[in-house]
Design a protein around this ligand. Sequence first.
Ligand SMILES: [Zn+2]
Length: 269
Amino acid sequence: MDGEIAPSRSPLGHLRGALGFCRNGVRQMAKLVLDIALPTLCVACREPVDGAGVCAACWAKLSFIAPPYCPRLGIPFVYDPGPDMLSMEAIADPPAYTRARAAVRYDEVARTLVHALKYQDRTDLAPTMGRWMARAGHELLGGADMLIPVPLHWRRAWRRRYNQSGALAHAIGEASGVKLRGDLLARVRATEQQVGLSRAQRASNVQGAFEVSRERRGEVAGRRVVVIDDVLTSGATLDACARALLRAKAAQVDVLVFARVVDSPKAPI
Ligand SMILES: [Zn+2]
């Protein structure tokens, strides 16, 4: 009779199993049904697209940042001034981090991608955005010991359910092989959104907001860290993160973002 009788299971067990399936599977099922019913749309222009992300036309509109740029801040130059020429910003107001790199300029299409990832649960965009970032940051990643995403305060993380910087850092880790350490840097103070604040207000808003706890400092000391975020605007948040990591005796802190604000093409000085 072996094989004819299914392993005995009470009706309650069946019910529990079915409920468990519903809970875990309903989201995936809904997504599967939608994927079959609807073609995937370009996040920027809503035209049908193969795979995730942006269509070829929107991809062409993204401004990927390529050399020549400031070796410290990654700000693109209009012409190549030769090696080791720094941007005016790097000389006038040097940040705590050593180098910054960004995949693209922050413009319309870049903003659409960032917002889709951040506010519309489009975590499926993270692998593509992360690959672009890994390419833009290959010099930084080559010597890095760990990736640290800019942490959200727990209250915001709870509302948003996931950290977009963490999703990007995970994708960069997959692409580069550099270890992701999302547990070392904490946001110890909730801060106002940086949007709408002046440069000086942004700096004071995030001052002292980040910390490596005393018991975790040994894991940061002497290490080369790359901090990951979605957008670099004034750099105040990333600067505050770098300061916290340097207080924990990190050997070097670089930053890698998806998009950076570039005011206008800058000539080197
Ligand atoms: Zn498009």
